[in-house]
Design a protein. Structure first.
Length: 94
């Protein structure tokens, strides 16, 4: 399970795979300082597609889009999925 600390309490969350992908992408965006617009321009991913991924409106995220996300941050797919967000105990739909 994913554990998120917020001041004085701990929240344990089990999430769907699309939610983990969205959180990981948001984390990488924040770390890189890249805007959504710059990301879409770099990857040639339509802005609406990217927004749907970030907002979890896309229930099934295509592997080609995950590959674009990883490559935009100069990562392999293995590096993208190496986050604790993707531990099997954290994903409810595995």
């Amino acid at each position: 399970m994913a554990i998120f600390y917020c001041r004085d309490f701990v929240t344990i969350i089990q999430m769907k795979l699309n939610q983990a992908i969205a959180r990981r992408t948001q984390q990488l965006l924040k770390e890189s300082g890249m805007t959504r617009y710059a990301f879409c321009k770099k990857t040639a991913m339509p802005y609406t597609t990217f927004t749907n991924i970030i907002k979890c409106a896309a229930k099934d995220v295509e592997l080609s889009n995950v590959t674009r996300i990883a490559f935009a941050f100069d990562m392999t797919l293995s590096e993208f999925f190496a986050s604790p967000l993707f531990d099997p105990d954290n994903i409810e739909d595995l």
